[in-house]
Write a protein that binds this ligand. Structure first.
Ligand code: SF4
Length: 383
């Protein structure tokens, strides 16, 4: 076991951050007997060998039994419930140059930022629709979306929302601690890709270009006390099967080390974005690949949250409810001020499922699921 080891060293030792060729060979060598052994193991238990079998090409012939097991395990652990959340985009100014993103600093368009008061107005629209779980999203715009701005906003949102998460640029441990004290309880920070060379290609400039710094982020969040830590790899940059193995190792490392933080996985598959050539996405997984990845992670991590955003189509999201996913967004706008202020500012990426929250709730109920707007109250902690 890797107690005392760093995630950077684990990934390097496993050849998951560089020189991944041995994994390509091992994936091809997996046969039906390996997949069947993985399916016969305790549902929800993790090992790298098991995850390897479940994401292999051979496991594509076992999607039905994987779905059945994943469905049973998810019902057992989470009941017939799906949590609902909505993002609020705060800024589209960015100092980074991520090649896959419409907000990258080299892209020319009319950028937008919203003030704390404007963000509160956006949040009020979401609250009136029923949302109590909110995700504050921002590009790397520290000059405007500072830690102080986020703390102020969070303190004002606390009385209205039971869970406030952030999906913004990477902060230091001390900054995460400041926001935790203000009321932020969850942080999502995608590594984007665990492959160092691919990471360097897609992040040619800005603070985010530092792979090692990015990899340390979840440790800092956990040490700052964050209750929910969201991991993810941007799907489309490199082989999704090997990225899933790296994600599994990262999650396992965090679970062993920081038992007080709950780990969740998101599945951001690249979407068309303004100013980004689609040639930038050579490894885009197909729907059946995304389904296999979700099922494999559920069968290895019984209690992990699995989050699916409106990047995905209504049809796919409807089918994945009950098969492992536990939390979905609804009615999302990915442009600053998108709910009430300005329908016309540029989006970070195109939303695929554009149904209203009411329509998503109706779908959940028709499928026999209870939409959960609020499943936690800070008052439980005496806060
Ligand atoms: S992905 Fe984030 S950090 Fe990178 S350019 Fe887009 S908004 Fe900026």
């Amino acid at each position: 076991m890797f107690n005392g080891d760093s995630i950077e060293r684990i990934l390097r030792t496993q050849q998951l951050s560089k020189n991944r060729d041995p994994w390509q060979r091992r994936l091809q060598e997996i046969g039906p007997a390996d997949v069947e052994a993985a399916l016969a193991s305790r549902p929800g238990s993790y090992s790298l060998e098991k995850l390897l079998a479940l994401v292999s090409p051979a496991a594509e012939n076992y999607l039905e039994p994987m779905a059945q097991l994943s469905h049973e395990l998810t019902l057992q652990r989470f009941g017939r419930t799906i949590k609902l959340y909505a993002p609020i985009y705060l800024s589209s100014y960015c100092v980074n140059r991520c090649r896959y993103c419409g907000f990258n600093r080299d892209n020319t368009f009319q950028r937008a930022r919203i003030t704390v008061d404007q963000a509160l107005a956006e949040a009020e629209i979401l609250a009136s629709e029923g949302f109590r779980d909110i995700l504050l999203v921002s590009s790397e715009d520290r000059a405007f979306v500072s830690v102080d701005y986020l703390a102020q906003l969070t303190k004002k949102l606390r009385s209205r929302f039971s869970f406030i998460g952030i999906e913004i640029f990477q902060l230091t441990r001390a900054e995460y601690a400041t926001l935790f004290d203000a009321g932020v309880e969850g942080v999502t920070l995608y590594q984007e890709t665990y492959d160092r060379d691919v990471y360097a290609h897609y992040h040619p400039g800005g603070p985010k270009a530092d792979y090692d710094m990015r990899l340390r982020g979840p440790d800092d969040m956990a040490q700052a006390g964050m209750r929910e830590i969201g991991l993810g790899a941007l799907l489309g940059l490199t082989d999704w099967r090997i990225e899933t193995l790296a994600l599994g190792e990262h999650a396992w490392y965090l679970m062993k080390r920081y038992w007080q933080s709950h780990i969740s996985f998101s599945f951001p598959r690249l979407r068309p974005a303004s100013g980004v050539p689609t040639a930038e996405f050579p490894y885009l997984p197909m729907d059946k690949n995304l389904v296999q990845m979700i099922l494999a992670l559920r069968l290895c991590f019984a209690d992990a949250g699995l989050v699916l955003s409106t990047r995905e189509s209504a049809n796919l999201r409807d089918h994945l409810v009950g098969l492992g996913v536990t939390r979905i967004s609804a009615g999302s706008r990915t442009n600053p001020g998108g709910y009430g202020l300005s329908k016309t500012t540029v989006e970070q990426f195109e939303v695929h499922d554009s149904r209203s929250p009411t329509q998503v709730v109706a779908m959940l109920k028709d499928s026999g699921f209870e939409p959960v707007w609020k499943d936690w109250d800070p008052a439980f902690l005496g806060a």
